[in-house]
Design a protein around this ligand. Structure first.
Ligand code: SAH
Length: 355
């Protein structure tokens, strides 16, 4: 569906509960028509929390010296991937901070090994990397790359995501997404909902950009303030919050997911952990019923999980993962959906993004 930015803004502003429910129902219908009832499990491996960046929202920023840093070994990563495959996940997502200790050939070898030994898709989410590295990983067999552009507003972007030393202050992530697509990756991107300084209009433009990019995967979650970051440590006086500031709420996140589904009907849209921290009991189900069709179980070994501390999240340090997959599968089946088999690659139908 082609929705001009003012119409998206209107949906974001909508307060009539009946209308909002109509949007959710429409998104659920579009989801069923275009990607069906299957919910794909894509296993997350948080390879490293080492990061040289200074993003003002993220707890893993370089200057957070109280965080213990780790990088998984090749063996640990391959064990996680094998576990993912054994559990029926058709994809592994390898995610990390911008850690240049993740060397190009080291990662290429891991990708080749996973592709050779397990019939699963490999998604990378390693931040901004050089074209040579991205090409090499693609040749090694990587299928997809996730890089959130975080916001399409260049001023806000420069404020929350300062350029690396020596880097120009342009929006490198938007440029990198274009190159990734040209290299043959399926591309995933998205934003945080409710980052301070994000206006409804700028969020509407973000959503419009999902369509322009014709994203294969859209990942959106609420911004969760982290006390050890510049952005998360400021106490905001509710009176000083501007009118059109996007709330970082559960309700607004559902709204964005539903609009993303309406606008990009073929995309893979995950239910994100960030949202399920706001509603542990029902968050996943509600996302899946309002546009989402993917779940991202976290398979990072338990002893490291607490250190991948981009935002505060109690679920990540839960000790027992014994029934984790069974519970997730039951939750999917309880809302009359099925667990997807295989990688769940994008199937292109008759839908095409309109100019
Ligand atoms: N270094 C990689 C992976 C970062 S972690 C990269 O930059 O792409 C994945 C995502 O966590 C980020 O893209 C960001 O959108 C999200 N994130 C970071 N801090 C957050 C916070 N405080 N609240 C919510 N999401 C956050």
């Amino acid at each position: 569906m082609l929705l001009p930015v003012p119409a998206i803004v209107q949906w974001l502003r909508e307060t009539d509960e009946t209308r909002i429910q109509e949007l959710y129902d429409a998104a659920d219908r579009v989801r069923r028509e275009h990607v069906g009832d299957a919910v794909y499990f894509r296993a997350l491996i948080q390879v490293s929390n080492i990061c040289f960046r200074q993003c003002s929202y993220c707890g893993m920023r370089a200057s957070n010296q109280s965080l213990q840093r780790y990088r998984l070994t090749r063996q640990e990563i391959l064990e996680c991937a094998a576990l993912a495959a054994a559990q029926g996940c058709g994809t592994v997502i390898m995610r990390a901070g911008e850690d240049f200790g993740i060397e190009s050939e080291w990662m290429a070898d891991i990708i080749r090994t996973i592709k050779r030994d397990m019939a699963i898709a490999v998604t990378l989410s390693l931040g901004e990397r050089s074209d040579q590295e991205l090409e090499r990983w693609r040749q090694a067999g990587a299928d997809r790359y996730i890089l959130r552009f975080e916001t399409s507003d260049p001023e806000l972007y420069a404020r929350i995501h300062p350029p690396a030393p020596g880097q120009s202050p342009t929006h490198h992530r938007i440029e990198q997404l274009v190159r990734l697509r040209d290299m043959g990756y399926e591309i995933g991107s998205g934003v945080m909902v409710g980052i301070p300084g994000q206006s409804l209009r700028s969020l509407a433009r973000d959503i419009e950009l999902f369509r322009e990019f014709n994203l294969d995967m859209i990942t959106v979650g609420p911004y969760l303030p982290h006390p050890l970051t510049p952005l998360g440590s400021v106490e905001t006086d509710p009176v000083s919050i501007p009118d059109n500031q996007v709330p970082n709420s559960e309700a607004m996140t559902y709204r964005v997911i539903a609009l993303a589904r309406m606008i990009c009907p073929e995309a893979a849209i995950p239910s994100t952990t960030a949202l399920s921290t706001l509603n542990v009991a029902r968050g996943r189900e509600l996302e899946l019923q309002r546009g989402a069709n993917v779940i991202i179980p976290n398979l990072t070994p338990a002893r490291y999980r607490r250190y991948y501390d981009n935002y505060p999240d109690i679920a990540r340090i839960q000790a027992s993962f014994e029934h984790y997959f069974d519970d997730l599968k039951k939750r999917v089946e309880a809302i009359d959906r099925t667990v997807g088999k295989g990688p769940g690659n994008r199937k292109r139908g008759s839908w095409a993004p309109k100019e």
